[in-house]
Design a protein around this ligand. Structure first.
Ligand SMILES: C[S@@+](CC[C@H](N)C(=O)[O-])C[C@H]1O[C@@H](n2cnc3c(N)ncnc32)[C@H](O)[C@@H]1O
Length: 324
């Protein structure tokens, strides 16, 4: 976050931008009116999005997954946070292409990338993508109509690998699931799925669920006066960071069979945890009794349990391996 408080005009600009993101009719980046808009966005909304990217990249790194692609293509780059987070994680990339319907946004993102990574080779992004590219998409889907989504799918088909992060809302997660269904025949699903079958969320009875996860808000943010002002004045809850994501690859790297992913946050009730889980067999509501797995129960309670688990079911009870 920056050094000074936001002025009244700056808060108005942030509020206008937010309305633009939420209002699906304001598509096409028309809300970027000036470089100041992008600078304000970059140290606020984009920084929060950056924390979501941190969570996704940390999971991939923990799984020792890294892209083979050497060219980054950030579609709908805005101020360019996705490209910078990924370049900061895998610095062996040869080039970065920044694409946005707003030329103002592309110029801003390019300048930021150059400032942070002077060695980066910036390419102008066209409709075609450099062979061997890692496509990044971040918080764009709700701004795209059907035709623009179809163009993005066509672009995605040119990619070697894809990392796609969206908001953790029901609508955005469901839209991302639709993209997964379009693409999964051509790619390995690396994450978040533990399988390559049709998404279990699409099975009858699961309409109310959505695939979402929670990132970590840095503790500095909760103590920072400017984040407090941002949160208070815009009515944004800073303590929670839901996101949905999808990682696809043409080079394998999916989870070994048998893994289960915990969706969202388990809900604690008296002596038990209600867990929404996803595995090859589908999406299921499970109940974990504290008395059956006290150590694992505690790690869930403290939010420390990994979201990918290798438990088994015995007589309807969740059993975690001893080292979990
Ligand atoms: C909410 S912002 C997200 C920006 C950035 N990806 C991030 O995560 O911070 C959505 C971005 O998508 C861009 N956008 C909207 N429609 C687009 C389209 N049809 N083609 C390319 N970019 C588009 C907007 O200009 C805007 O920069």
């Amino acid at each position: 976050m920056r050094e000074q408080s936001f002025t009244h005009d700056e808060m108005l600009a942030l509020s206008r931008l937010r309305a633009g993101f939420l209002d699906g009719t304001n598509a096409g980046g028309a809300y970027w009116q000036s470089e100041t808009d992008l600078a304000l966005y970059d140290c606020t909304f984009a920084e929060r999005i950056g924390w979501k990217w941190d969570a996704v990249l940390a999971e991939l790194t923990a799984r020792e997954w890294s892209p083979r692609a050497r060219h980054l293509y950030d579609f709908g780059c805005g101020s360019g946070v996705a490209g910078r987070r990924v370049f900061g994680t895998w610095g062996n990339m040869e080039s970065l292409s920044l694409a946005d319907v707003s030329p103002l946004a592309v110029r801003f993102a390019e300048a930021k990338a150059r400032e942070r990574f002077p060695q980066v080779q910036l390419r102008s992004a066209g409709e075609t993508m450099q062979p061997g590219s890692l496509l990044l998409v971040s918080h764009v889907l709700n701004e795209l109509n059907a035709a623009a989504r179809a163009r993005l799918i066509a672009l995605a088909r040119q990619a070697e690998e894809i990392i796609w992060v969206e908001a953790g809302t029901h609508a955005d997660s469901r839209a991302l699931i639709a993209m997964r269904e379009e693409l999964r025949g051509e790619f390995t699903v690396v994450a978040p799925c533990t399988h390559a079958e049709k998404c279990g969320m699409l099975s009858p009875g699961n309409e109310r669920h959505w695939c979402h996860h929670f990132g970590h808000v840095p503790s500095e943010a909760s103590q920072d006066a400017h984040w407090s002002q941002f949160s208070r004045d815009l009515g944004i809850d800073l303590t929670t960071l839901p996101y949905s994501f999808l990682v696809l690859s043409r080079n394998g790297g999916g989870l070994a069979p048998g893994a289960t992913r915990i969706i969202g946050r388990p809900r604690e009730a008296k002596g038990r945890m209600e867990i929404l889980s996803c595995a090859a067999g589908g999406v299921n509501d499970l109940t974990l009794q504290k008395r059956d797995e006290p150590v694992f129960f505690k790690s869930l309670q403290k939010g420390r349990a990994a979201s990918v688990q290798r438990w088994s079911m015995e007589d309807g009870k969740v059993r975690v391996p001893k080292n979990e």
